[in-house]
Design a protein around this ligand. Structure first.
Ligand code: SD4
Length: 332
C-alpha cells in the first residue's frame, strides 16, 4: 500500500500568498493511486458515476468494439440518470433555471464533435457524435445545436427535475455564486478508453457549473480544454472549474506533456501544478478544484487533482471495475 501513497512537499506555496486568502500554509499531503501500466482494452472515467458508465463502455470494449463507440455509450449512463446532478437529465440549472448542456467526443485520428449551451436534449453526447460524423464542423452551440438535433430526429424533453428545481429555488434566496468544491462544480463525466487495437478515444459531458450565468460554456465541450485525444500519444479529460481548465488549455497540455515523455500521472500532476501557480491569489482560488485523468497509447493511465476528494473509475481485464482516489496537491 505504501507504494501507492506519495507525500510531497509543496515548495511553491509562499505563506504570504496563502495567508492573504485566509488559508494556512502547510506541508501538502498527496495521497492516492498513481495509475498503472499497460493493459488493453481499458476505460477510465471521472467520479463515482464512472463505475456504471465504465460497465456500459466495457460491453463494447470487451467484445472487440471501437473505443469511440464505447465512450459514447458509456457516458450516456450518467447523462440519463436524474440522480447525477451535474450531467444531462437532472443536472443543476443555471441561475435563470435553464439546464444547459455541454458535451464533446474525440477519436484517435482527430475526428471530433461538440455541442455547447444546448437545452432540452437528454443525451448531448449523441448530438456531439453526429456533429463529428455528419457535419463539416467541430462544434454547434445553443439554438443551432438544438436545430441540428431536431433535424437528426432527437426529441426535446424537460431536463429540470423537481429535485434540481427545488435546489435552484433554495440557491436563489442568496444567489451567491461560490460553487461548493467537489459538490457544485463536479460530476462532469469525462471518459477515456483504449480498445484492443490500441485506438484511444474520449468523451466528456456535463450540465456545467451549477448556478452559472445563462450562456456560460465550460471546458467540457472545448477540444483541448476539457477533452483532448491524439492517437499518437493518448488522451486526457478534466473535471472541476472549467474557467481554469480553459485558461490553461488543460487537456491539450496533459497530452503534450505525455508526448514529451511524461507518464499520464506526471503529466496530470504538472498540468495541475500549473493551474495552481496561475490561480493562487485569484478570487476563485477559494473554490477552485480541478482534476485530470489521462491514458497513453500503451494503456497506462494516471490522474491528479488540485484538492482532495477527486476519484475516478478504472476498468481493465485484470482488476475489473473499481474506484481509485486521485493523488492531490493542495490541502487547507
Ligand atoms: C464545467 N468542468 O462546466 C465543468 C464542470 C465539471 O465536474 O467538471 N464538473 O466547468
Amino acid at each position: 500500500m505504501s507504494g501507492r501513497r506519495n507525500f510531497i512537499k509543496m515548495a511553491l506555496m509562499g505563506g504570504a500568498a496563502v495567508a492573504s486568502q485566509g488559508l494556512k500554509a502547510r506541508t501538502l499531503k498527496a495521497t492516492g493511486f498513481k495509475g498503472n501500466s499497460g493493459s488493453k482494452p481499458l476505460v477510465i472515467s471521472t467520479w463515482n458515476h464512472g463505475i456504471p458508465a465504465n460497465a456500459e463502455a466495457w460491453k463494447i470494449l470487451s467484445t472487440g468494439g471501437k473505443s469511440i463507440d464505447a465512450v459514447e455509450k458509456g457516458v450516456m449512463i450518467p447523462e440519463g440518470d436524474p440522480e447525477v446532478r451535474s450531467v444531462g437529465y437532472g443536472g443543476y440549472p443555471d441561475r435563470d433555471g435553464h439546464v444547459t448542456l455541454d458535451a464533446s467526443i474525440m477519436d484517435y485520428n482527430m475526428d471530433t464533435g461538440a455541442v455547447c449551451f444546448l437545452e432540452g436534449i437528454k443525451h448531448p453526447i449523441n448530438v456531439a457524435r453526429l456533429v463529428m460524423d455528419k457535419t463539416p464542423h467541430v462544434m454547434l452551440s445553443g439554438e443551432g445545436a438544438l436545430q441540428f438535433a431536431l433535424e437528426q430526429g432527437f426529441k426535446t424533453e424537460n431536463l429540470l427535475t423537481e429535485k434540481s428545481k427545488k435546489d435552484w429555488e433554495e440557491w436563489k434566496k442568496k444567489s451567491d455564486y461560490k460553487p461548493v468544491i467537489n459538490i457544485e462544480n463536479h460530476d462532469t463525466i469525462g471518459m477515456l478508453a483504449i480498445d484492443e487495437k490500441g485506438r484511444v478515444a474520449g468523451a466528456c459531458t456535463t450540465s456545467g457549473a451549477s448556478w452559472k450565468m445563462h450562456g456560460r460554456v465550460g471546458d467540457s465541450p472545448i477540444v483541448g480544454a476539457g477533452l483532448f485525444v491524439d492517437g499518437e500519444v493518448g488522451g486526457a479529460t478534466a473535471t472541476g472549474l472549467g474557467e481554469a481548465v480553459i485558461r490553461t488549455a488543460g487537456s491539450a497540455i496533459v497530452v503534450e506533456l505525455m508526448r514529451n515523455g511524461m507518464s499520464p500521472f506526471d503529466a496530470c500532476k504538472e498540468a495541475t501544478h500549473r493551474i495552481y501557480k496561475q490561480h493562487k491569489g485569484r478570487p476563485e482560488f477559494d473554490y477552485l478544484q480541478v482534476g485530470f485523468i489521462a491514458i497513453n497509447k500503451h494503456g497506462e493511465y494516471g490522474s491528479y487533482s488540485l484538492r482532495k476528494g477527486f476519484n475516478y473509475a478504472v476498468f481493465d481485464e485484470k482488476g475489473g471495475n473499481r474506484m481509485e482516489d486521485a493523488v492531490y496537491y493542495y490541502e487547507e
